[in-house]
Structure formats: C-alpha cells, structure tokens
Write a protein that binds this ligand. Structure first.
Ligand code: GDP
Ligand code: IMO
Ligand code: MG
Length: 437
C-alpha cells in the first residue's frame, strides 16, 4: 500500500498545507510526524482561510483520519485552540484526530528557554526561532532526563516530574536571565487540565499506522518546515530541531521507509526564508520587497516579514535528492507574473571557482555568490489558469528550466492560494493514493 509524502524543499512556507489539503481526497490517513507549533500551514477554500499549526491539513476532509505522530513536539494549548476553532467553524475533529501518546510536550519552561537562546547570537547572528519552544523541547527529548511525553501526563508521577524538572530549569533560567517565572502547582494543574481535554484524542499512533498499512490504507505524510531547515542536512545552526527533509518521515511516524512510494517536493517559484541564516539568492532591494508584497510574504505563525529572493536551483536540486523526490509541485507562479524578467540561480561562485553543490558549512554558504540565468517574464495574469495549456509560453519556459535544473518533472503548478487555483500537469499526483502495490 503506497504512502506519499509532501516535503518542503526550501526554508519552509512552500504552501505544503494547500497541497496536502488538495491531495487528501485520495487518502485515508494524513500524518504530521515532525515539528510542532512552529509550523503554520494555510488552506484556502473560497472565502474560508484555515491556518493550521498542529492539526494535519487533511482535517478539512471529513473522510480522513488525521494523525499527530510521535516525532511531533506538542503544544497542548495550541492544539486545543485549533480543535475549538475548527469545531466552532463546523469542522468535526472528535472522530478523525489522533495524537500520539509518545509525542513530547512543550512546557512553559521550553518557551522561556527558547527566548533566552534566541536572544543570544549563534555564529554572529540570531537563529530567529518562532519562540514556540521547539529547540528546547527536542533537546530535552534527546537528553531524556527532563522530558515529558503526552502519555506521561496521565500517570500518577506527573506532578512529581513537573516539580523535579522545574527545580533544574529554575537554576538554568536564573543564571540566564534572573527570572524563572515557573510555578510548579500552577503548571501542573494547567497541564493536567489540558491532558483531560486531550484524552479522547490520545492513543498509540504507531500501532494504529502499522495496522493501517496491513489493512491497505492509503497514507499521506505532511512535512513541516522545509528541507533546508533540517537539523542534520540543512543550513546548521540556522535550522529547526527536527529532520524536516524527506529523511525524517520514517523516524517521526514509525512507518518503515519501504512503505513510502512517492515523494512530492514542494517549492515556491522563488525563495523565501524567515529568521536568520544564509540565503544566497536573497534580494535585499526593491525587487525583494515587490515579491514580498505580491506574495503576501508575512509569516503564518509569527507575522514576521519573510526574506525573499530568486529561485535557487542549487539548493533545490540538493534537497530534492536528499528527500528522494519523484516530482515537483511549483507554487506561487502567479506572484512572478508581473515581472519583466525572472532569474534562476544555476550555480555558486565560491573562492573564485564555480561550484554546483550546496556547501555544508554556514561560512561557505555566507560567501557564495549566485550565478544567475535570466529568463524573460510572461507578464500575464495566470491566476485563472487551470490546465498547462492555459499558461503563457514564458511560464512554460520557466517551469521547464526549473525541472531541467532540478532533474525532476513538474507535476503540479499553483497559481493562487485557493484550492481551485491548481494545475495538475499529469494524473500521476492526483491519483497517487489509489492503485499501487
Ligand atoms: P506552508 O507552511 O508550506 O503550508 O505554507 P504557508 O501557509 O505558511 O504559506 C503559503 C502562503 O501562500 C499561504 O498564505 C497560502 O494561502 C499562499 N499560497 C499557496 N499557494 C499559493 C499560490 O500559488 N499563489 C499565491 N499567491 N499564494 C499561495
Ligand atoms: P512551515 O511548516 C518557515 C524557522 C524559524 C527559524 C528556524 C528555527 O510553516 O513551513 P524553530 O522555532 O523551529 O526553532 O525556528 O526555523 N521555521 C520556519 N520557517 N516555515 C516554518 O514552518 C518554520 N518553522 C520554523 O523561522 O528560522
Ligand atoms: Mg508556513
């Protein structure tokens, strides 16, 4: 039975949420398997806009079970707010949302620690995290002694765990900023309340998914962040704290990689990045501002203006290979429509030599100078295009060149935020959930 993954190939916000929502109709289960409330995935259906941080973007289709897997770091108040606001909008979640009891929980001390860490530059620059406690929670998970999983919150020693962790955290926080603001009783009773409200959704998702594989159910895995933010393979240390490239699917969900039959790489027709770190094709000028304005490039989670620049084929070829993608889904094609010409980065200059690989060290990445190819723009509104034939020749030329440079076919093109504003260039993606072995 095939599993399909949707993976962001840049620094996040590639419009993964839109694509997952669209594809969901062909699947039985949609799984979030890494990241946490740092993600902000937008789904637009007519006048209705849904911004999802924790709940998989399959939730708007009532026939699908949505799973938050063990690799996610869970922020209870955020997911409860999301459950409430979906319910208020008539979207049922009780029957079709399941959260892993193995997921690690983000506590108030993680939020305080994230702020402390973020205020301190790393390699001369702030990471610019989303301040959602993601790094500190993953660090405690790997460190083991100060970690609480969702399932632990139902056990008799939960209170004791909170107390002992707070004692350790107070010391760190007092040294770091002189104010720990942590009250054990308050935190315990607040989180015990969240645990009660979450109880109907909590279960062993690993078993559930393994059983589902045997029952021939179709699964769609929804990546959060983007592959360039991957903790091991991204622009370290300016990354998130999970494996956000394709390599993270199996570890975060518990599904062996042999069941993953298709990987769809999602990218914007240009590049954006929010937070610190190197960005070789960044446009710190009027063109960058124009792209930001045309693409409404402001963060879904934090509202921060996103840094914008040209499409970088060197980095996307790298992340496409890393994630083992089968095809590309190119989003935001409409945003470039007004421009008289568009540029694509086809290589980097580093220490006087042209290179075609993505350097592993942040210092080298800071020094690379993009080598651009300039392509005439199409200067035609494409928001009403629904088939490849509807796209102007210039847009075809641009997409063909991206595909050639990345080495994979473009199977989906997005020309606006709405579900409807999507072109399936072949049947391969639209029907990837059915059939197969
Ligand atoms: P995600 O985190 O990858 O799910 O992406 P975000 O939701 O953070 O950011 C993508 C933004 O672009 C959202 O506001 C979407 O509604 C919007 N969007 C998606 N596809 C398109 C498109 O083709 N054109 C335009 N103009 N906007 C799009
Ligand atoms: P979606 O799923 C864009 C960025 C932050 C920061 C770095 C580390 O919506 O694509 P963190 O809070 O994870 O410790 O921050 O990663 N970042 C994202 N950027 N989209 C996201 O998620 C992101 N999640 C984290 O801005 O640079
Ligand atoms: Mg986002």
């Amino acid at each position: 039975m095939p599993g399909t993954c949707v993976i962001g190939l840049q620094w996040g916000d590639e419009a993964k949420g839109k694509l997952v929502d669209l594809l969901t109709v062909d699947y039985d289960i949609v799984v979030r398997y890494q990241g946490g409330a740092n993600a902000g995935h937008t789904v637009v259906i007519g006048d209705d806009v849904y911004k999802l941080h924790h709940i998989p973007s399959g939730i708007l289709n009532s026939n699908v079970t949505n799973v938050v897997g063990p690799g996610v770091v869970l922020n209870p108040p955020t997911i409860l707010d999301e459950i409430d606001s979906l319910s208020e909008r008539g979207i049922g979640v009780l029957e079709n949302l399941m959260i892993s009891d193995r997921a690690h929980v983000v506590f108030p001390w993680h939020l305080l620690e994230d702020k402390v860490i973020n205020d301190r530059p790393v390699d001369g620059e702030s990471i610019g995290t989303t301040l959602r406690g993601i790094g500190p929670c993953y660090r405690d998970k790997v460190g083991r002694s100060h970690a609480i999983r969702l399932g632990d919150m139902y056990r008799p020693d939960f209170r004791q765990k909170v107390e002992s962790i707070i004692a350790a955290k107070r010391t760190f926080l007092a040294q770091a900023n002189g104010d720990s603001e942590l009250d054990g009783d308050e935190i315990h009773s607040e989180f015990a309340g969240y645990a009660e409200r979450l109880r109907p959704f909590v279960g062993d998702t690993t078993h559930f998914l393994l059983d589902a594989i045997e029952a021939n159910q179709r699964m769609l895995f929804e990546g959060a962040q983007g592959a360039l933010l991957d903790i091991d393979h991204g622009t370290f240390p300016f990354v998130t704290s999970s494996n956000s490239s394709g390599v993270g699917v199996s570890a975060g969900s518990g599904i062996p990689s042999r069941w993953i039959k298709k990987v769809i790489g999602v990218c914007k027709a240009y590049t954006s990045r929010v937070g610190g770190g190197p960005f070789p094709t960044e446009l710190d000028d009027d063109m960058g501002q124009l792209i930001r304005d045309l693409g409404h490039e402001y963060g879904t989670t934090t509202g921060r203006p996103r840094r914008c620049g040209w499409f970088d084929a060197v980095s996307v070829r790298y992340t496409s290979r890393l994630s083992g993608i089968d095809c590309l889904s190119v989003m935001m094609m409409d945003v470039l429509s007004q421009l008289p010409e568009v540029k694509i980065c086809v290589g980097y200059m580093l220490h006087g030599k042209q290179i075609d690989y993505f350097p592993s060290h942040v210092d080298d990445l800071r020094q690379v100078k993009p080598v651009y190819e300039t392509i005439p723009g199409w200067q035609q509104d494409v928001t009403a295009a629904r088939t490849m034939e509807d796209l102007p020749e210039g847009a075809h030329r641009y997409l063909a060149r991206l595909s050639e440079l990345v080495g994979k076919p473009v199977e989906v093109v997005s020309v606006g935020p709405d579900r409807e504003q999507t072109i399936f260039a072949s049947d391969a993606v639209a029907s990837s959930g059915s059939g197969g072995d």
